[in-house]
Design a protein around this ligand. Structure first.
Ligand SMILES: [Ca+2]
Length: 153
């Protein structure tokens, strides 16, 4: 098997392992929300020590971008862990390169909920970029980050 096919096969097996539609590339996810105003996608993000190191996670950072096609609703990403939450909304319009501001929750290692919602009725597509990060003393170094989708609407 040559390298490109192997890469495709690995990506496919990762998608299949999620058991859900949607595309996961590195520390970003692309998916869509259905017509209902209440449609909500929920991701479970697990933050752990720096890969190959011992720096623990200080926070999870996430930001979101409203993708084409254009639709009236605004999209938001919310991070929640242990009773703390933060939200960011993309107010830059649909289908451009600009993201919402970053949302941060300082929750150490462990499992965070990352929730994507919208302000009104209509199908919306989005991408979310997210990173588990070490403390400021580490320069917010990347720490171990894994994701799975737990609700896809
Ligand atoms: Ca929109």
């Amino acid at each position: 098997m040559n390298a490109p096919y192997k890469t495709i096969a690995m990506a496919l097996s990762f998608l299949l392992s999620l058991g859900q539609p949607g595309v996961v590339l590195g520390h970003s996810v692309r998916d869509s929300l259905g017509k209902r105003k209440s449609a909500t996608d929920v991701y479970s993000v697990t933050c752990s020590n720096e890969e190959g190191g011992d720096t623990p996670t200080f926070r999870l950072a996430a930001r979101l971008r409203d993708e084409l096609p254009r639709g009236k609703p605004l999209l938001s990403v919310t991070i929640a862990k242990d009773g703390a939450a933060a939200q960011a909304t993309d107010k830059n319009g649909d289908g451009n390169q600009r993201y919402s501001p970053w949302a941060y929750v300082n929750g150490d290692n462990g499992v965070y909920q990352m929730i994507v919602t919208k302000s009104g009725r209509g199908i919306e597509r989005y991408s979310v970029e997210f990173h588990c990060q070490g403390p400021s003393s580490s320069g917010y170094i990347h720490t171990g980050t894994t994701v799975r989708i737990t609700q896809n609407q």
